[in-house]
Design a protein around this ligand. Sequence first.
Ligand code: HEM
Ligand code: HEM
Length: 184
Amino acid sequence: MRDTKEKLSGLTIGLHWLVGLVMIGVFIVGKYMEINEAFFLYGPHKSIGILILIAVVARIIWRMKNGWPEPVSNYKKAEQIMAKLVHWILIIGTVLFPVSGIMMSGAGGYGLDIFGLELLANNPDPTNPMEMIPLNSTLAGIGHNMHSMLGKVMIAALALHVIGALKHHIIDKDNNLRRMLGRA
Ligand code: HEM
Ligand code: HEM
């Protein structure tokens, strides 16, 4: 079923909440593990971050086939442009977050695995096996910078997104949020 003005398809709703909530969870874990040097969380952070790419790609293919959902009411032009801009930033961020993480860890020599299933071996320094030798330090550096920059951009975009959703629900009293919850 395709999205309509009145009702969103199960695929749009399911993928929105699966990707959205997993991204928020992985984000919180990322911040926590970095601040507290909680190294045991790096594995799950990376594994779930890689796995979510499957749903991210499925969602983008679905957006390309179905198009974007139509706004539920005739919002002001500026509001529509702002909402669309934020949707684009969020959806691009769902791709760039995992991709930059993969660049940082993979090219940094730390290896990649999904809960122990090895995708790329780590590259320890033979003279000091606790240290990893980057496979490509430029690529790893770009990935690292992108990953931390995205942290700031995505927090701002998500704040605008949630404020917008609440504004439609509480002030405009329209079906925008209900429709994304499958209740419209
Ligand atoms: C928990 C907080 C969230 C709430 C309350 C929320 C709410 C909504 C609502 C009501 C819509 C429909 C807007 C419309 O039809 O114009 C929507 C669409 C959208 N949201 Fe969220 N959202 C949340 C989290 C996220 C996150 C974390 C992301 C991405 C990282 C995201 C990305 C999107 C995108 C790209 C759309 C456009 C439609 C689509 O592709 O599914 N949202 N959101
Ligand atoms: C859903 C996707 C992801 C999100 C939302 C996310 C989010 C984050 C955040 C917010 C941080 C803290 C960065 C900071 O405060 O500057 C972080 C750190 C980190 N992430 Fe991710 N991440 C994701 C996927 C990945 C993937 C797929 C990998 C690797 C395969 C990865 C590897 C790392 C590493 C190694 C750090 C620590 C960086 C350091 O110690 O400087 N992330 N992540």
